[in-house]
Ligand binder design. Sequence first.
Ligand code: DCP
Ligand code: MG
Length: 414
Amino acid sequence: MYSPGAASPSRRLIAHLDMDAFYASVELLRYPELRGLPVVIGGGRRHQPETLADGTRRFSKLRDYTGRGVITTSTYEARALGVFSAMGTMKAAQLAPDAILLPVDFDEYRRYSRMFKAAVREIAPKIEDRGIDEIYIDLTEVPGALDDAGRAIGQRLKDAVFAATGLTCSIGITPNKLLSKLGSELDKPDGLTLLGIDDIPARIWPLAARKVNGIGPKASERLAGLGLHTVGDIAGADPAFLVQHFGANYGRWLHDIAHGRDEREVVTHSEPVSISRETTFERDLHAVRDRAALSAIFTDLCVELAGDLARKGYASKTIGIKLRFDDFKSVTRDLTLPAHTMDARTIRRAAGECLKRIDLTRRLRLLGVRAGALAKISELVAPLPPPPPPTDTRVRAEEPAPLYELPLFAQMDS
Ligand code: DCP
Ligand code: MG
């Protein structure tokens, strides 16, 4: 249940640090000739740049892309053309046909992630890991940090990250996590934004409600329906009105955050129990009659889940699925693998094996895939085994397409 926290702690100084165009910026370190150009990250092995005889490199262009991939991120030059994270690569190709397409290299991004976090930790050890490219940092006890509302320490952190990685980041420094997270976005890229409680009306209230972590698409739509579009609109609403429309917990939370109140601590140790992806179909699907559609959705979920694991730096040993039928009954199955994995194909096979164990006569309304028994990749004793080769040699050169050709119900013995 939401409770705003009892006693207000004494003044805190919290930073939120987020790397700028992270995957793309890491790629630009090895391909500096691409600086200033629209570049998107989202290709596969076949989009690896080629080095020509004269030493120059030949890059893939978005216009040549065919497939079902999505963009992980884009440089700010590509964003100016309308190309953003999570956009289908084919769609991006229509908007920016001349943009350079590079393959995703999670290992390299994780390496840089560790480097920037280590650089920060040397200055301010109280860090909450929020994923591959963002952290919260509690600066309250860093000597001198409070003297100038965090400006000097903020600049020191940015300099240290740049010295360690050659990459820029954006930092928000405020009295709490909520405001810092919003603040770090206000002056991207390469920003340093300091906010106090007095800055809330001018800097926070104009922001769209959905910018707040915790106001998702559904909630922001509901808010908009009530005429509440910005954080300031929420701040001006009667708390009783918010409670009436959103329930006691969420309604009170909305009121508090709109006034910049957030007492959450910076949590230095926390491990997710599981990571999952699920989708509710537009219409109920049948395992046999809608086999092709279901198969593609199933594979998409596994690919997205593998991406989530990679981004968060985890590997999973237990893969599970969740189905909800047209009568709203749900069923789950899971399977423990011989070794940890973050490989989409291995996840897809295991999930397919789980699916075989469910009676599929009813239509389905929801399908989910879950990765449990997680281990930090950086802490695994044995290295991850290489993913198994595609079973069909005909399509071996065409990755990741073969994944989509896996049968709905996996043949584990193949
Ligand atoms: N990412 C992804 N899929 C998404 C969103 C992000 O794979 N839908 C990856 C690529 C990003 C990284 O996570 O580089 C960090 O995400 P951010 O949202 O911080 O985006 P960027 O760092 O790329 O850009 P920004 O400068 O806006 O922070
Ligand atoms: Mg970022």
